[in-house]
Design a protein around this ligand. Structure first.
Ligand SMILES: Nc1ncnc2c1ncn2[C@@H]1O[C@H](COP(=O)(O)OP(=O)(O)OP(=O)(O)O)[C@@H](O)[C@H]1O
Length: 269
């Protein structure tokens, strides 16, 4: 397997302030699904934005197919990297189909318009996520969860080699969360690499082959979900007690333990 992305000794700070993270080292191979876990504000979204060259590292490097991302043009990056940010609001009242078709832009020349092949790919992406029925709706008139699925369809239609997903399931209902994780896993079997952030350690068991826990300004641990998502590490990262259970031979789960009454001191005397 070859590495699609290598992050070496990465350090980042906003406007020269205290570093958000440093000493970050990660390698993403073809077909990897890497889940970045970690408490609020530890820099998961910032790291994803650095991987996409939206933010520039203070030091260290990010290589995309052995080439520094800073030496690559935006159009070149757009052919390889797909990105879905955390916020999915939009002021543009395009149809859902047009939004998904926009995913094809990096593959079109400046003068060309989408053709039959592009239309087919966009339709297949909507179908794959079970949202073909939204095709003619106006993007600004659909729900937050539906928008998240539409942006996922757009990223799939883009046919990138690596997909960066910042909390891809945050607005989705229980069923759509699991279906989206399944789509991610299926896509990885075609060779697509995925980096996603999540607030649910269980998502790592459901769809990922690698996990990185970000905590206190660096990567606390990285490796296979079975090795990294442990009761000890979850307590370290999130400060809560969880149980790791083998539901059956294919399914390991991470569930929080019951909330102790003594933890529920919310000021009611
Ligand atoms: N534009 C910005 N300017 C200055 N500081 C920022 C900016 N964006 C984020 N930060 C700070 O950088 C740190 C990391 O933020 P980031 O959004 O990357 O964390 P996160 O792990 O993705 O958090 P969450 O899980 O809550 O989404 C936080 O302390 C945050 O306040």
């Amino acid at each position: 397997m070859s590495n699609i992305m290598d992050i070496k000794n990465a350090e980042f700070s906003y406007n020269g302030k205290k570093s958000v993270f440093k000493n970050v080292n990660l390698s993403i191979e073809e077909g990897d699904v890497l889940c970045i876990l970690g408490p609020n504000g530890t820099g998961k979204s910032t790291l994803i934005k650095c991987m996409n060259s939206l933010l520039k590292l203070k030091s260290g490097e990010i290589l995309l197919k052995n080439k520094s991302i800073y030496s690559m043009k935006e159009t070149e990056l757009a052919k390889i990297i797909g990105y879905i940010p955390q916020s999915n609001s939009s002021i543009f009242a395009f149809s859902v189909f047009d939004i998904v078709l926009m995913g094809r832009t990096p593959h079109l020349s400046l003068t060309s318009v989408p053709g039959t092949k592009d239309y087919k790919i966009a339709e297949e992406a909507l179908k794959g996520l079970g949202i073909l029925h939204l095709k003619n709706k106006i993007y600004t008139e659909i729900s937050g969860g539906e928008r998240q699925l539409v942006l996922m369809a757009r990223a799939i239609a883009q046919q990138p080699e690596i997909l960066l997903l910042d909390e891809p399931t945050s607005h989705l209902d229980f069923g759509n969360q699991i279906r989206t994780l399944k789509v991610i896993k299926e896509l990885s079997k075609t060779g697509l690499s995925v980096v996603m952030t999540s607030h649910f350690p269980d998502h790592a068991f459901l769809s990922c082959n690698k996990v990185a826990i970000m905590n206190q300004g660096t990567i606390m641990e990285t490796g296979k979900p079975e090795i990294v998502v442990t009761e000890h590490n979850m307590k370290q990262a999130y400060g809560i007690d969880v149980k790791i259970l083998d539901v059956n031979e294919h399914r390991r789960a991470c569930i929080p333990m019951q909330i102790q009454e003594s933890h529920m001191n919310i000021g009611c005397s």
